[in-house]
Write a protein that binds this ligand. Structure first.
Ligand SMILES: Cc1cc2nc3c(=O)[nH]c(=O)nc-3n(C[C@H](O)[C@H](O)[C@H](O)COP(=O)(O)O)c2cc1C
Length: 143
């Protein structure tokens, strides 16, 4: 079964801090190895991340992310089911978004809790709009 987790968090450091690059590098290499895909949106003071893949792998990585002192998670939702991957083009895509966009998304997600597919479509549109990278990570890992 495919497992997807979406969360929003307040970052400890502002965007551009040296830890941002470290997070992204770690995420891309670990996710590629485990066949996870996803996207990280970075607003000046927040993160919004979607992670998808095998249940056990997503859960394992997510338990590390929850403990990471670089942020404090404020909202988390997950979905288990046969839905297709939505972020298969990225082992962990990355895009900078304006603070206002981040705040708006955080509100939208709270309101859309029951409508998972819609939530992911919204997120994917924004990821694609702001992203300038493509980094397929799913070929090597499990489906
Ligand atoms: C916003 C944010 C997103 C992250 N995303 C990932 C990710 O997708 N995959 C990953 O392996 N680590 C991610 N990390 C890093 C983990 O929290 C953790 O530092 C990393 O897995 C290394 O853990 P370890 O030091 O216990 O080995 C993220 C951290 C932050 C703050």
């Amino acid at each position: 079964m495919r497992f997807q987790i979406l969360y929003t968090s307040i970052s400890t450091h502002p965007r551009g801090h040296v830890s941002d690059l470290d997070i992204l590098k770690k995420a891309q290499s670990a996710n590629r190895e485990l066949g996870l895909t996803g996207f990280l949106l970075r607003a000046p003071n927040r993160f919004i991340q979607i992670l998808e893949g095998d249940y056990d792998h997503v859960t394992r990585i997510m338990s590390r992310i929850r403990k990471d002192p670089n942020h404090t998670i404020t909202q988390e939702m997950s979905h288990l089911g046969p839905s297709p991957r939505m972020f298969q083009d990225w082992s962990m895509g990355y895009a900078d978004i304006p603070e206002a966009e981040g705040a708006k998304l955080t509100e939208t997600f709270a309101g859309l809790y029951q409508e998972w597919a819609h939530t992911l479509h919204t997120l994917r549109e924004i990821a694609t709009q702001f992203s300038q990278t493509r980094d397929p990570g799913h070929e090597k890992g499990p489906a």
